[in-house]
Design a protein around this ligand. Structure first.
Ligand code: NDP
Length: 385
């Protein structure tokens, strides 16, 4: 890479992806530096990160925490902003070359669109943005000459498999799924699972929302929709295979039948680093995979009847329009309600189904229409009993 370091804005620096991205930047400080950090409510961690990485600016989304952060960072010459509008605007700052969208949920949509319109390349972790508005986001990226580098391990795998393939036609892709903590459970067994069990993922240590999505398999459903937009595929070109060891991160099958897979230990730092330093592969000390530690890599069919979210996601993608936005918003509410002990685990798809049935279908995919559907879906998801 050139000697000039790449300026990174991390939206959601206090989360699981955000903190791992900072570990990567700390190790690759010859080529990367932090321009902006943003957090939701975790002011203490944001301040600590700012004092170490010396960004130009930080944003704390929760406005009541502005003064606390301002007092800690003003004398250090670090600009401090707060609120959702600041989060949207800060991505336009001059020194930023790439924005890592590592916040959770549809809250990532407007800042991502603004970053694209300001010509900033995107390292996309926030899959919900692509689920809600994949068509709009990809159109805008094309219009402004912006590259969207996937961070999700499966999509990074596909992206890595496509490197050097130019426009060779894809027959299909296969997204691997660990199956989560409830792999193999029947509908009856899923009716008895607890919050603590759902929060314990076998292979990945992640934020609570994606951990619940992984347990309910909605995460894989969201990834199918994300893949459609990132790689310009039809729904019937996207397959899911359960692979409990999470070593093969995903597969591309080309038009000649040849399959390319990307492999490695489950560690998000690798796809984060690839996105941030693209197209270069830089030396690091991440633990290396050894075949002899994994003599059995196994594969299973996903269970669409026990994990109904998978089918709901495919159906939403097929139907298009506002359906993926409804799916996403109602799922966000369902997960929050589950974490708040208001609904049981097996009701997660019921909430989504309720919203999909009740919010009117709208085929337009402009931002206002999508945001209106998002809002309505949240209302139906909240009223679900
Ligand atoms: P976390 O919950 O760990 O972190 C979320 C981050 O976003 C935190 O910094 C949080 O701030 C901030 N945040 C949350 N809500 C808002 C809001 N309304 N406004 C501003 N900031 C907000 O999530 P993860 O890191 O696990 O996931 C982030 C994204 O990456 C998700 O879309 C997820 O699906 C995706 N992803 C995550 C993976 C993982 O391994 N974790 C793997 C692949 C994809 P604070 O904590 O300060 O409140």
């Amino acid at each position: 890479m050139s000697k000039e370091t790449r300026g990174i804005a991390i939206l959601g620096s206090t989360g699981s992806i955000g903190t791992q991205a900072l570990e990567v930047i700390r190790e690759q400080s010859d080529v990367l530096h932090v321009e902006v950090l943003t957090a939701g409510r975790n002011a203490d961690l944001l301040m600590k990160q700012a004092l170490e990485f010396r960004p130009n600016a930080v944003v704390i989304a929760e406005e009541s925490l502005h003064e606390k952060v301002f007092e800690a960072l003003f004398d250090e010459g670090i600009k401090v902003y707060s609120g959702a509008n600041a989060l949207e605007q800060v991505v336009e700052m001059e020194g930023i070359q790439m924005v890592l969208t590592a916040l959770v949920g549809a809250a990532g949509l407007k800042p991502t669109l603004n970053a694209i319109r300001a010509g900033k390349h995107i390292a996309l972790a926030n899959k919900e943005t692509m689920v809600v508005a994949g068509e709009l986001v990809t159109e805008e990226a094309e219009k402004y000459g912006v590259i969207i580098h996937p961070v999700d391990s499966e999509h990074s795998a596909i992206y890595q498999c496509l490197a050097g393939e130019f426009h060779n036609p894809i027959e299909k892709i296969v997204l691997t799924a660990s199956g989560g903590p409830f792999r193999g459970c029947s509908t009856e067994q899923l009716a008895k699972v607890t919050k603590a069990q759902a929060l314990k993922h076998p292979n990945w240590d992640m934020g609570s929302k994606i951990t619940i999505d992984s347990a309910s398999m909605m995460n894989k459903g969201l990834e199918v929709i994300e893949a459609k937009w990132l790689f310009d595929l039809r729904p019937n070109q996207i397959e899911i295979i359960v692979h409990p060891q999470s070593i093969i991160h995903s597969v591309v099958q080309f038009t000649d039948g040849s399959m390319k897979a990307q492999m490695g230990l489950p560690d998000m730092k690798l796809p984060i680093q690839y996105a941030l330093t693209y197209p270069h592969r830089l030396k690091n000390d991440f633990t290396r995979f050894d075949f002899l530690d994994y003599p059995n890599l196994t594969f299973e069919k996903p269970d669409y009847s026990a994990f109904r979210n998978l089918q709901l996601a495919y159906d939403s993608l097929e139907k298009g329009g506002n359906c993926p936005a409804i799916l996403n918003a109602s799922n966000e509410v369902a997960v929050a309600r589950f974490l708040n002990d208001e609904i049981r685990f097996e009701q997660l798809p019921d909430v989504v189904e309720h919203a999909l049935k009740n919010v009117g279908y709208d085929k337009s995919t402009n931002l206002d229409a999508l945001l209106a559907s998002d809002k309505e879906a949240r209302r139906f998801a909240l009223e679900f009993k």
